[in-house]
Ligand binder design. Structure first.
Ligand SMILES: [Ca+2]
Ligand SMILES: [Ca+2]
Length: 524
């Protein structure tokens, strides 16, 4: 832990070191002066007493879909996340804005849609497109919060970058901890993979003989305990602690006892794929990977077993962090968020992993326990997005935000889960025309309480319509059914209006300027 320790808890040090790096990093003169002006103005903008503000514990899992007991999953056990849901509000229809780590996380942590961050692929950070935007944790820092990250918050190559800062934004944090466990350091030679030797992008798994404490997520929980113990001694300064768990991202490595809870022969295998695919436009299946041709039913069952085992393992680490919060007497004044960066396919429609806009890939678990709102065990059903977290947490903590945030505050729904909000959520995804970067088009998918409506390349490459009242598994595409022409026309208008709102006021997605801020933090 001592290696990358940068513990800077003095309140005079709320201006990120990063700013100094930006100012001296050879950017344009105008840009440099904008930064300096911003820093100076933030230094004099009401550094008020913050001691009474609630803390935030922000827990995020990687590649986790809604296979959780509290979301009604018939097999997967998640007792600790379920307990958190009983303490607060569970959002039944929460969606990511882009079903891929980097674009989703940059969007969530800036409060802007991917079309406004300009981050539409992995291995990039919003400082390369909109460098002066304040991230969610940065806004908390600028008002005196101690902000810390443990594990994956912005994009990280998993597992290669475990133990490094990944594609991090140092301006967001005062303390960053990057533990690496046996899954990264010792066990990779033993991992089964559909593409031997490759683990991050392909289906791969391993039942480890080592116990929780030796795994990266176990170390994250131990580090969270260490940080929380120190935060508990500083009652005069609230904290924003973000813990980014790596499981159930591939490779699905977790201790063997978790595998034993999900007997391989009992794991579900999706049937009827060929019939289901018959009514789909080809971009809907564009996330399929060639190596998945190797999957047999035995391998499918092993894969699902390992994914479920990883979830229950990760849940146990969440439990350890929540128990620490209780033990230290911090729970009463700490808002807890639990979510994921996007969902995940386990064979539905013949798909695996992410990068689709079907329900399994676009939907995420989202639980917010805000002790002062008084609602316990609530379920909110209006569609919401990860884009909404920034304005929500800022409102709960009285933290000032940039004026261009694009999400809605969920505070009314936290106080009364039956309240409706914006009424829809939007998810976008990219498709390549050819196997190279550049030639891309987008699919946009609108989710309302009843419908999912998707257009590929503004409808030129296909449309999909699903009625969730009758077809929660999205098996019957109604887009070509003349009986739904009016519904499609209405949803198409709503979708296009929603898409316009994902762009900045200028209407232009900010361009990536790789040289602006691209230190290599992934190779220590
Ligand atoms: Ca992810
Ligand atoms: Ca179908």
């Amino acid at each position: 832990m001592a290696n990358n320790l940068k513990f800077r808890m003095q309140s005079a040090d709320v201006i990120p070191n990063t700013i100094v790096r930006y100012v001296s990093s050879g950017n344009s003169v105008l840009f440099r002066w904008l930064w300096v002006l911003m820093v100076i103005s933030s230094m004099f903008s009401g550094h008020v007493c913050v001691a009474d503000r609630p803390n935030v514990l922000f827990l995020i899992s990687d590649d986790l879909n809604n296979s959780l007991d509290c979301y009604g999953h018939p097999i997967v056990k998640t007792p600790n996340i379920d307990k958190l849901a009983e303490r607060g509000v569970r959002f039944e229809r929460a969606y990511c804005q882009f079903p891929l780590c980097g674009p989703s996380r940059n969007s969530m942590l800036t409060g802007l849609h991917p079309n406004s961050t300009g981050i539409l692929a992995n291995s990039q950070i919003f400082r390369q497109t909109i460098p002066s935007h304040h991230s969610l944790p940065q806004s908390f820092r600028l008002e005196g919060y101690f902000a810390s990250r443990i594990g994956k918050l912005y994009h990280y190559n998993v597992p290669k970058s475990i133990g490094t800062n990944g594609h991090d934004d140092p301006g967001s944090w005062e303390l960053e901890l990057n533990p690496a466990g046996c899954d990264r350091l010792e066990e990779e030679p033993h991992i089964f993979s559909l593409k031997p030797g490759q683990f991050g992008g392909t289906l791969s798994w391993y039942a480890s003989p080592k116990s929780d404490q030796y795994h990266t997520d176990g170390l994250l929980a131990a580090d969270a305990e260490w940080v929380l113990e120190r935060c508990a001694r500083r009652k005069d300064r609230p904290f924003f602690l973000a813990v980014g768990f790596y499981r159930p991202h591939t490779p699905y490595v977790s201790p063997k006892p978790y595998f034993n809870r999900y007997p391989e022969e009992q794991m579900p295998v999706v049937r009827g794929v060929k019939e289901d695919q018959a009514d789909l436009p080809s971009p809907a299946l564009g996330s399929y990977k060639k190596e998945q041709d190797k999957l047999t039913d035995d391998l499918r069952r092993q894969c699902v077993q390992a994914y479920f085992a990883s979830i229950t393992f990760m849940d146990a680490q969440v439990g350890r962090v929540l128990d620490t919060l209780d033990r230290l007497g911090l729970a009463e004044n700490t808002i807890v968020v639990f979510t994921s960066d996007h969902g995940y396919h386990l064979g539905e429609h013949g798909l695996w992993q992410k990068m689709s806009v079907f329900e399994e890939s676009a939907r995420v678990p989202l639980i917010i326990a805000a002790p002062k709102t008084g609602v316990k065990g609530g379920v909110a059903r209006d569609p919401v997005g990860l884009i909404d977290l920034y304005p929500t947490l800022a409102e709960l903590c009285g933290v000032k935000t940039p004026e261009n945030l694009q999400g809605q505050s969920l505070v009314p729904m936290l106080k009364d889960p039956s309240v409706t909000g914006r009424g829809w959520a939007i998810t976008q995804v990219s498709r390549r025309l050819r196997k190279k970067q550049g030639n891309r088009f987008y699919g946009y998918s609108l989710r309302t309480p009843r419908w999912r409506y998707t257009e590929w390349a503004e409808g030129e490459r296909g449309r999909e319509l699903y009625d969730h009242d009758a077809d929660p598994r999205e098996l019957t595409n109604l887009a070509a059914n003349p009986g739904y022409a009016d519904t499609i026309a209405r949803l198409s208008r709503e979708l296009r209006k929603a898409v316009r709102q994902t762009f900045p006021d200028s209407g232009e997605t900010p361009q990536l300027r790789p040289a602006l801020w691209a230190p290599n933090l992934t190779n220590p």
